[in-house]
Design a protein around this ligand. Structure first.
Ligand code: NAD
Length: 332
């Protein structure tokens, strides 16, 4: 079985590759990544020399390169994660988001369609899993949760580009009958995340004794899921999800940003105490809010739980401490 993972040198992709590689000893994995600023191939050191793993540095915006690799590698399935992923960057400069997330997704799925569709109009066995975000649904007030039925209402150029890619993928099922599944997941945490994201930023600035920046009053609410739980969900959706359907994925684990930052500081006080700093919470500094900052995201993951038997299994506080330890080692 030949499996392509796009974006495999990024946060979730590298965790996913390591997870799937261990679990499927008969599969071969091709990692396609352009090696942008958020990538780090050292995350894949444990598999890099294996004959069951190949890395190809490539930009999925390059249509001909995508065509070449699909025709040479002959994938049986694709986990599509490659994307520009940081909301703040999409506000500063939206164009790379449109290129990678919209044009890149189109290039990939269209070249897969051309390869998987046979001359007699039947399909080779295949599956295309598109990995998306809960941010496509916009923001919630104090109550409620996103489900597969929630209307799309993206508010940032990032979420708008992901919503566009979701629609392209959806159309390939309805128009061509291609075997696609889409997942929309909440915020992930764990090892391998780029410095710019919330949890690594808190740890990095705290350890240096710098101000820990928190947007607005820190009242925004996010649902947090450990990255390995997300990988398990992607595995089960890829294997057992129904073609043409979407699955929302979440951790039943809502935190106000300020409460999460305080919790991280409390753990840092134990794991990496510094006399000159004292309580890391004293470094928390409120900064001007992000424009169009969505107030709250929450997920009703009952469909994937009921239909595919998935649920988050990792204990949050232990996984958060492990994650913090991983970043302490990285930053110190
Ligand atoms: N991080 C989260 O909390 C979260 C939650 C839900 C969904 N997602 C989705 O999961 C996917 C992975 O997110 P992540 O947090 O690992 O992001 P990331 O930024 O850490 O990694 C993305 C990877 O994709 C690669 N990439 C980007 N554009 C590319 C292109 N044009 N061609 C080839 N490679 C390209 C980058 O080089 C990078 O290695 C994204 O599609 C994102 O929208 C992320």
């Amino acid at each position: 079985m030949n499996i392509i993972v796009t974006g495999g040198a990024g946060f979730i992709g590298s965790n996913l590759l390591c997870y799937l590689y261990e679990k499927y000893p008969d599969a071969h994995f091709l990692n396609i990544d352009k090696l942008g600023y958020a990538s780090d191939l050292s995350y894949l050191n444990s598999i890099r020399n294996s004959n069951r793993y190949t890395f190809k540095k490539m930009d999925i915006v390059d249509r001909e390169a995508v065509r070449d690799i699909i025709r040479t590698y002959k994938p049986d399935g694709v986990f599509h994660l490659a994307a520009e992923s940081h909301v703040d960057n999409s506000i500063k400069g939206p164009e790379p988001f449109i290129q990678s997330n919209v044009v890149g997704t189109f290039n990939l799925i269209e070249e897969c369609r051309q390869f998987w569709k046979q001359d007699d109009n039947s399909w080779k066995p295949h599956r295309f899993l598109h990995v998306s975000t809960d941010e496509v649904y916009g923001e919630l007030g104090d109550e409620g949760a996103f489900s597969e039925e929630s209307p799309y209402a993206p508010n940032s150029p990032y979420s708008a580009s992901k919503a566009s890619s979701d629609f392209i993928v959806r159309s390939y099922f309805h128009t061509y009958g291609m075997d696609v599944v889409t997942t929309n997941c909440s915020n992930n945490f764990g090892p391998h995340q780029h410095d710019e994201k919330l949890i690594p930023t808190v740890i990095r600035t705290a350890l240096k004794g710098e101000d820990i920046p928190v947007y607005g009053k820190g009242e925004n609410v996010r649902d947090w899921l450990y990255v390995r739980d997300h990988c398990r969900a992607l595995e089960v959706v890829y294997k057992e999800g129904k073609a043409g359907e979407t699955y929302v994925i979440g951790g039943d684990n809502e935190w106000k940003n300020i409460e999460l930052v305080r919790q991280i500081c409390t753990i840092l006080n134990q794991e990496a105490p510094q006399q000159s700093i004292g309580d890391y919470q004293n470094l928390i500094t409120f900064v001007t809010d992000r424009p169009g900052h969505d107030f709250r995201y929450a997920i009703d993951a009952s469909k994937i739980k009921r239909k595919l038997g998935w649920s988050p299994e990792d204990a949050f506080s232990e996984r958060l401490t492990e994650t913090i330890d991983w970043y302490i080692e990285r930053y110190q």
